[in-house]
Design a protein around this ligand. Structure first.
Ligand SMILES: NC(=O)c1ccc[n+]([C@@H]2O[C@H](COP(=O)([O-])OP(=O)(O)OC[C@H]3O[C@@H](n4cnc5c(N)ncnc54)[C@H](O)[C@@H]3O)[C@@H](O)[C@H]2O)c1
Length: 289
């Protein structure tokens, strides 16, 4: 199976997903450069990774030597160019906006080695379209991680229209090295996961609107009745309501089905800044937890 051209990874965006991606890459033995233009974002991400690693060691899930090794393989990059200049793989985890991702891929294409693979962690946007912003669409893939990245096993490898089999193979080898279980899907709106998962989340919100049951009880129905580890509303809180709204709007536009139309309650909560866990409040109150 082909591998990446080298073991350096540039992670672009150090938010909810980017910090977790940086962590699992460093634990998997990759040298990781993390870039985010927001002042303080990379420092916060590195601090969070440090806390996660400490907890992992305390709980016996990570060997102390592995955690120390991972810390040593992480660095802050001052620019995108610096993060990808000598990388074998770039993983982009910036907000879900096509123009932003196109801009980043264009810049990364100019700065990264010619044989580097450029990957997007997009939840729903077209990988083929993102790839078209580069001169190497055969080396562009989707690598869709799940939140929290260090816990969730699944890694969806998204094959764009022009993605080569060698790039898919290298992505599968990468997934194995960082301990994830990969699946390969063709580039279609919502891939395999968001397309199903978002429908469940949106329908649960409509049920809250109709006062069918409380968020807690709707979640319990799925947790206890269907063996979902997390109910759809709690999951929405963890993912971020703004992220979910963006995905729903995109899928509604692309696939057209009524099941993807964002419910009023979602729009209202996002407008009020109730974004879920990251803002302290969503369908649940996270402040005390
Ligand atoms: N949150 C989830 O559960 C989840 C799951 C899977 C995939 N995703 C996808 O991952 C991506 C990131 O989502 P997130 O939840 O981590 O978002 P987030 O808002 O937590 O983090 C995004 C980060 O990108 C940074 N950023 C903004 N502009 C940038 C630029 N030009 N260059 C570099 N960094 C920039 C921001 O400062 C922020 O720190 C999105 O495409 C999202 O759809 C999210």
């Amino acid at each position: 199976m082909s591998e990446l051209s080298n073991s350096r990874v540039g992670v672009i965006g150090a938010g909810t997903m980017g910090h977790g991606i940086a962590q699992v890459c460093a634990l998997g033995g990759y040298d990781v450069a993390l870039f985010d233009p927001m002042p303080g974002a990379v420092d916060r991400a590195l601090a969070r990774i440090g806390e996660n690693l400490d907890k992992g060691v305390e709980r016996g899930k990570v060997a102390a030597a592995d955690a120390a090794g991972a810390r040593g393989r992480l660095r802050a990059a001052g620019t995108l160019r610096d993060a990808v200049a000598d990388a074998g793989l770039m993983i982009e985890a910036v907000p879900e906006a096509m123009e932003l991702k196109e801009r980043i891929f264009h810049e990364a294409d100019e700065a990264a080695p010619a044989d580097a693979i450029l990957a997007s962690n997009t939840s729903s946007l077209s990988v083929s379209r993102i790839a078209a912003a580069t001169g190497r669409p055969e080396r562009v893939v989707g690598l869709h991680f799940f939140n929290p990245v260090h816990v969730m096993k699944l890694l969806v490898v998204v094959r764009g229209r022009a993605t080569s089999q060698a790039s898919v193979n290298a992505s599968l080898a990468f997934a194995g090295r960082i301990g994830k279980e990969p699946i390969v899907v063709t580039d279609t709106p919502g891939f395999a996961s968001s397309r199903l998962g978002v429908v469940l989340g949106l329908e649960a919100m409509r049920m809250v609107e109709e006062e069918v049951a409380s968020p807690h009880d709707i979640d319990r129905a799925m947790e206890l009745g269907y063996n979902h580890p997390l109910g759809p509303l709690k999951l929405t809180d963890v993912v971020g309501l703004d992220v979910r709204l963006g995905i729903a709007e995109y899928l509604h536009g692309e696939l057209g089905g009524e099941q993807y139309r964002p419910p009023e309650i979602l729009r209202r909560m996002v407008a009020e800044g109730r974004l879920g866990k990251k803002s302290g409040r969503g369908f649940y109150d996270w402040e005390e937890k």
